[in-house]
Design a protein around this ligand. Structure first.
Ligand SMILES: [Zn+2]
Length: 137
């Protein structure tokens, strides 16, 4: 889904999946201040699709600049966000201490939480669309 396709979808929602997508965007816009991150499970629930399909959707959304991806190192004990990870294959080798609960641990891939966020570009496209429709959000 590119931003251009998104614009088209928002303007001409005729097919079922396009309507679903518009509903999803509508939902995002109405909750944009409370939604800080989007997970595959979230997409899977909203669209009523499998987690695998949701994963594919998100990967595509990142590739087309609709979403941005962020990988965070989360404390395995208290879920405190310790740091943002740029390369999950190059994790710190030394022991880390969680600032929040004091747990000492060596980061593993399982401690990385991947989150998806609407990109600034996508927000602009969506905002403009709703402004043109004379809607408040
Ligand atoms: Zn902790």
């Amino acid at each position: 889904m590119s931003l251009i396709t998104l614009k088209k979808y928002l303007e001409y929602p005729n097919k079922k999946e396009e309507k679903d997508f518009c509903r999803f965007i509508d939902y995002l816009m109405n909750n944009i201040t409370t939604i800080t991150a989007i997970s595959p499970s979230f997409i899977s629930e909203k669209f009523n699709i499998s987690k695998r399909e949701a994963q594919k959707f998100l990967q595509h959304a990142v590739k087309t600049n609709f979403f941005e991806v962020e990988q965070q190192l989360i404390c395995p004990k208290c879920a405190y966000t310790i740091d943002e990870i740029t390369d999950p294959n190059n994790l710190p080798k030394e022991t880390i201490v969680c600032e929040d609960c004091g747990l000492e641990f060596t980061p593993k891939k399982g401690d990385i939480f991947v989150i998806y966020k609407l990109s600034e570009e996508a927000k602009e496209v969506i905002n403009k669309f709703f402004r043109n429709k004379g809607r408040q959000n």
